[in-house]
Design a protein around this ligand. Structure first.
Ligand code: ZN
Length: 286
């Protein structure tokens, strides 16, 4: 264990212009540094624009950078879902900026551990289609496509397969899956009806949560992965509970408030943003 206390303050340095760069002042901190709402990242990798079973929501977007193990899990799992249930597409929204820090439309997504996953969608007749975007699903699993009279249906088979694979993945530990309560209920009913293992159902129910202080997440699933033991030793911290089924964590470095603020490289923690007005679909939320 090592302790880092106000290095920059002690040296009288400021961090203007060193966006998302904790390393000069605290070279021991690398990877996912700080907390999802007030951190940054180094050594990130970019999600490809498309691949087997997935496509980026914003092909030209600049905020598709994340932890290497998260990006590889997303591409691997999307391909597995496609192989087992061909024809769908996992549309992937924002991850983080290349060096982390604040990005538009999100309070978190700063350390490469968060990603927005649009829901797998079906036509009302049951044919798989790419998600039409951030459309809000009602408790019956139907969503109206903005600017049209068309409906899409939540694709429970693929969505549950995705949740299951995320929870069972060898490289990532799921900290949260933010989702609205009614949609969680649809997924859990589906899992129960299929006779999925009780332990898996328990973990799914535990990590799925409708956040109390942000958007209800009825238009996408927000995945946050927990810090790994190695990442913890290099400065990864917090973001929610650390579940008992995840590997034990070592003691991480002690991050004092001044250092955290410099790691964040911009303003400290802000209130969560509200949805866009005028009935327009929101763009990711948390
Ligand atoms: Zn999000």
């Amino acid at each position: 264990m090592f302790k880092i206390i106000g290095i920059s303050a002690a040296l009288g340095l400021t961090c203007a212009g060193c966006f998302g760069a904790p390393t000069p002042l605290a070279p021991g901190l690398t990877g996912s540094v700080g907390m999802p709402n007030s951190g940054s990242q180094t050594d990130s990798v970019e999600l490809p624009v498309r691949g087997l079973g997935f496509a980026r929501y914003r092909p030209l977007g600049r905020n598709h950078w994340g932890r290497p193990r998260l990006v590889s899990a997303l591409t691997r799992i999307a391909a597995e879902v496609e192989n087992e249930l061909p024809g769908g597409v996992l549309v992937i929204g924002d991850l983080a900026a290349q060096r982390g820090g604040k990005i538009p439309g999100h309070a978190s997504h700063r350390t490469g551990r968060d990603v927005d996953l649009l829901f797998y969608a079906l036509t009302p007749g049951g044919a798989p289609i790419a998600s039409p975007g951030f459309v809000r699903y009602e408790p019956d699993g139907l969503a109206i496509v903005q600017g049209s009279d068309d409906y899409v249906r939540l694709d429970l088979a693929r969505e549950w397969l995705l949740v299951k694979k995320l929870l069972n993945d060898r490289d990532i530990g799921v900290q949260f899956l933010f989702i609205s309560r009614p949609l969680e209920a649809l997924l859990m009913d589906y899992a129960r009806a299929r006779g999925e293992p009780l332990e898996l159902q328990y973990r799914a129910q535990t990590v799925m949560l409708q956040p109390g202080d942000s958007l209800p997440h009825d238009d996408h699933l927000h995945l946050r992965i927990a810090c790994s033991p190695d990442e913890t030793q290099a400065g990864c911290s917090g973001g929610g509970p650390y579940w008992q089924w995840l590997p034990p964590l070592p003691q991480g470095p002690e991050l004092d408030q001044a250092l955290l603020q410099e790691i964040a490289a911009d303003e400290p923690l802000e209130p969560l943003e509200t949805p866009l007005a005028s009935g327009k679909a929101n763009d990711g939320g948390v």
